[in-house]
Ligand binder design. Structure first.
Ligand code: MN
Length: 309
């Protein structure tokens, strides 16, 4: 998270007067996978409460080439896991063991502290393709106990040339039925090719992340490896695609609190981050234990902590 490279930022006034700003994702490596990190980048830190977007795959996974993210801690954020293909096994220190498949949602609220792993279940191999996102928790919930939700099915609605799945929030008065700590929205757009219009809340800022194919928004082509920030004040998104594609639309009321993000922690002050890091390093009860065969991930101190001699 500290290795921000220079990102290209293009503010292009669209045909309807709204601004569209496209930032490049940066490539990070998680095990054998290279992942496109669309948030945070130097050009864009947050979209509403959304503060982290990793687009992984599609990549072939196998016994020799599997994705196993060993137990690690979180505070002050919610993890949202969404797959287009493949499977992952979620284990956490609440005792949860949950397989997730495409079309299903895992939402883990860290609050004051939780630990989890994401493992290859070893059931099916093949293409793994998905997005993991984080939501910063507001002060009203960020010190609450941890919680986990799995949603086997989510509401869908048919738009022209697209099927919209509501991951979180409300569209056309249909609510995802998923916990939301802030006013926000998250949608999967399954694009069939052609012109599509999606209703938006003009009080939200929005961004589009394309996972496959390409979409034209306000005359700007958006493809995988980029985040298109659509600004505030839009009551609809019009996009067009030449062929099939998948995209995620995220949005929300601009986050009013200044957050501090380091490693897997979202807090407000360096002291809070230092406490969380020490609690993890010392194996304090705050994070609990994950029933995983993988060894927990350790990390050195945050940069403002002087090394002990
Ligand atoms: Mn995690």
């Amino acid at each position: 998270m500290s290795d921000d490279r220079s990102d290209s930022v293009n503010g292009v006034p669209g045909a309807n007067g709204h601004v569209i700003e496209v930032t490049d994702s940066r490539t990070v490596h998680i095990g054998p996978l290279s992942v496109r990190r669309a948030l945070p980048t130097r050009g864009r830190r947050m979209v509403g409460a959304w503060c982290f977007v990793d687009h992984m795959g599609p990549e072939t996974v196998s016994v020799e080439r599997s994705v196993d993210i060993a137990p690690h801690p979180h505070v002050g954020l919610q993890t949202v896991t969404w797959l287009f293909s493949g499977e992952l096994l979620h284990r956490d220190s609440l005792g949860t063991e949950q397989l997730i498949r495409p079309g299903q949602l895992n939402l883990m609220s860290a609050g004051r502290g939780v630990a989890h792993s994401e493992e290859n279940p070893g059931l099916t191999y093949g293409q793994l393709h998905g997005i993991q996102l984080w939501l910063a928790q507001p002060s009203s919930t960020r010190n609450d106990p941890a919680a986990f939700e799995h949603h086997r099915e989510l509401p869908r609605l048919d738009a022209a040339n697209a099927t919209v799945t509501i991951l979180v929030g409300t569209v056309d008065k249909i609510d995802a039925g998923v916990r939301g700590d802030c006013d926000l929205v998250g949608l999967e757009l399954d694009l069939h090719g052609g012109d599509t219009t999606i209703g938006l809340n003009p009080a939200f800022e929005h961004a589009l992340v394309v996972a496959s194919g390409a979409a034209i928004v306000d005359g700007v082509r958006v493809s995988p490896g980029h985040l298109a920030h659509l600004g505030l004040g839009r009551d609809e998104l019009r996009l067009s695609t030449e062929g099939p594609g998948k995209a995620l639309l995220i949005g929300g009321v601009p986050f009013s609190e200044r957050i501090l993000m380091w490693w897997n922690f979202v807090a407000r002050t360096e002291a809070e981050i230092t406490d969380a890091w020490m609690d993890w390093a010392e194996g304090a009860g705050r994070f609990g234990v994950v029933a995983s065969e993988f060894k927990r991930i350790e990390v050195g101190p945050p940069p403002w902590v002087l090394p002990l001699r």
